[in-house]
Design a binder for this molecule. Structure first.
Ligand code: S3P
Ligand code: PEP
Length: 441
């Protein structure tokens, strides 16, 4: 399916985007650790999170849909699934499930679509192997399909080189099944939904800041140390309403910022590890305001974004807090005055596509000057010409370039991937643009 944007509109609109993807995955997976019925309102019904839910069912959970609520009843003991566990396009599903299954007595096979089967899994497989899990797969267990023979896990002290919430979550789940207290250290706080939710469900997980000297530059830096105590009993079932997803909402924030418009995105998580991209948009010149409304595991509220003249910006710190928003931010950079630069973002290369290549190639196709670095890119703001770009099968690339289509007619090849995270995107996009869908043969 291809998307042709015919014309954009100036707008002043409220957007109720789909539910948060990261939190929804965790609701499905963490339900399996409880001893009762988990009640989840506003679960994201997108391909990625529906895959996490089907895997929970394959492992023995009973899932019922009741009005707007999902009821998940875990089995007494997780069972060996009688088939492969399919994670589709979702890095979050495969990596977090690896951590859970590593501690379960049984044999499990995890796989996904052609994009997921290219993404590195050694970052989770290797530390899990060190504590006793038997994991194998292509490229010595770095590429799916992966088989996991779980069982008794040892406790660990592991320092991760990357700030990845997927690696952290996998290791925390392994630690909950370990034979003693474990310690996980990350170089920078990655999104912390796992710690917040598991703590809320009764797990003993302590986080503290660790001040250490940076060997390279001699300055003091802060790492994050997490202490995990194995579970003595099952966790308390979830009673949760998933907030909306600030990463999905960000496409409409950028749309407002580049098109002299005003967007209010409703009921999104305002967790600081998720909204850094809105801060960058503010630094570029947009008017951004947060309206905190409540606190349920996470601060939740609305974000208002108003367009203004945008200036180029450097983005080189707090990268884990905006990694998923960098493609959309590149669209704001493409129309800002002067140069923008993104550095320290090598992780972009191992997402659903190589997002550094995808952003740079697509912008160049639309006449915007962009240069690729190993760990980021440089963009000189201009005005996009009309043209065709490729999503490379990546939902965030597809939606980012759809937003640029507000300024010039743009055709995006292969937008089916949008359904992996944001099925309601097309409806909401219809409020701000005139578009046509072309079914590819
Ligand atoms: O844990 C999560 O829910 C996620 C973690 C991030 O990935 P990494 O852990 O690879 O940084 C992010 O990019 C992904 O969209 C969702
Ligand atoms: C990287 C992403 O997701 P995942 O790693 O779960 O595939 C994303 O949604 O941008």
């Amino acid at each position: 399916m291809n998307l042709e944007i015919v014309a954009g509109k100036r707008f002043d609109e409220e957007f109720i985007v789909d539910a948060d993807k990261s939190i929804s995955h965790r609701c499905a997976i963490f339900s399996l650790l409880t001893d009762g019925i988990n009640r989840i309102k506003n679960y994201l019904k997108a391909e990625d999170t529906l895959n996490s839910l089907s895997i929970a069912e394959s492992l023995g959970a009973e899932v019922k849909k009741n009005d707007n609520e999902l009821l998940i009843t875990p089995p007494k003991n997780l069972k060996e699934a009688d088939d492969v566990l399919y994670c589709g396009n979702s890095g979050t599903s495969i990596r977090i499930y690896m951590g859970l299954l590593a501690g379960i007595d049984g044999f499990f096979v995890l796989t996904g679509d052609k994009y997921l089967r290219r993404r590195p899994m050694g970052r989770v497989a290797n530390p899990l192997r060190q504590i006793g899990a038997k994991i194998d797969g292509r490229d010595n267990g770095n590429l799916a399909p992966l088989c996991v023979r779980g069982g008794n896990l040892k406790h660990f002290e592991f320092e991760s080189k990357i700030a990845s919430a997927q690696v952290k979550s996998a290791l925390i789940l392994a630690g909950l099944n370990g034979d003693g207290k474990s310690v996980y250290i990350e170089p920078f706080l990655s999104r912390d939904h796992t710690e917040r939710m598991l703590r809320g469900m009764g797990a003993d997980i302590k986080s503290e800041k660790l001040k250490v000297k940076n060997e390279e530059f001699g300055n003091e830096i802060e790492k994050i140390k997490i202490e995990i105590t194995p579970l003595e009993k099952k966790l308390t079932p979830l009673e949760i309403e998933v907030p909306n997803d600030p990463s999905s909402a960000f496409f409409f924030a950028v749309a407002a910022a580049i098109n002299n418009s005003r967007a209010v995105v409703k009921n999104v998580t305002l967790n600081p590890t998720r909204i850094e991209a809105y801060e960058v948009l503010k630094r570029m010149g947009a008017n951004v305001e947060y309206i905190l409304k409540e606190n349920r595991y996470e601060p939740i509220g609305d974000i208002l974004v108003e367009g203004n003249e945008l200036n180029g910006v450097e983005v080189s710190s707090n990268i884990p807090w905006l990694i998923d928003e960098l493609p959309a931010l590149s669209i704001a950079m493409a129309v800002a005055n002067g140069k923008s630069i993104v550095k320290n973002a090598k992780e972009l290369r191992v997402k659903e596509s190589d997002r550094i290549k995808a952003v740079v190639e697509n912008l160049k196709n639309l006449g915007i000057e962009a240069n690729e670095f190993e760990d980021g890119y440089e963009i000189t703001g201009g005005f996009p010409k009309s043209g065709t770009v490729n999503s490379y099968g990546d939902h965030r690339i597809a939606m980012s370039f759809a937003v640029l289509g507000l300024l010039s007619p743009i055709k995006i090849i292969d937008v089916d991937c949008i359904n992996t995270s944001f099925p309601n995107f097309f409806n909401l996009f219809g409020k701000i643009a005139e578009y046509r869908i072309e079914n590819a043969d």
